[in-house]
Design a protein. Structure first.
Length: 119
């Protein structure tokens, strides 16, 4: 079964931002809480005994390189794991990252979660 969620979250290149730690922490906390709340609504995921293939897609006018893309999604990744109730480092998760070109000044995140049976 595949679940898809879209949210107007802006994923930034965290590694290249030169800012105080507080705005970064606030942004990560908001992303984690927002994604967690959205995924929590999919109650079937919470008690699923199998594995999860999670694809996080960034929609933005310009692309990030692959390491900045993965780093930018850390808050979202933690939110998915929190909502499902499994640590994000668990072998039950396969994490993949992608990006699509969006309209100028339009940003969003698409989260696709595919459930699979057993380990």
């Amino acid at each position: 079964m595949i679940f898809t969620i879209t949210s107007p979250i802006r994923i930034l290149s965290e590694a290249n931002l030169r800012e105080h730690w507080a705005p970064k922490a606030k942004r990560a906390k908001i992303q984690r809480a927002t994604v967690g709340m959205l995924v929590q609504q999919l109650q079937k995921l919470r008690h699923h005994p199998g594995t999860f293939d999670v694809l996080l897609i960034r929609v933005a006018p310009r692309e990030l390189d692959d390491d900045n893309l993965a780093r930018g999604f850390k808050g979202c990744r933690d939110g998915v794991a929190d909502a499902i109730g499994v640590d994000d480092g668990s072998k039950r998760f396969t994490w993949r990252y992608a990006q699509r070109k969006g309209a100028p000044k339009k940003y969003s995140v698409i989260i696709q979660i595919e459930t699979k049976e057993g380990l």
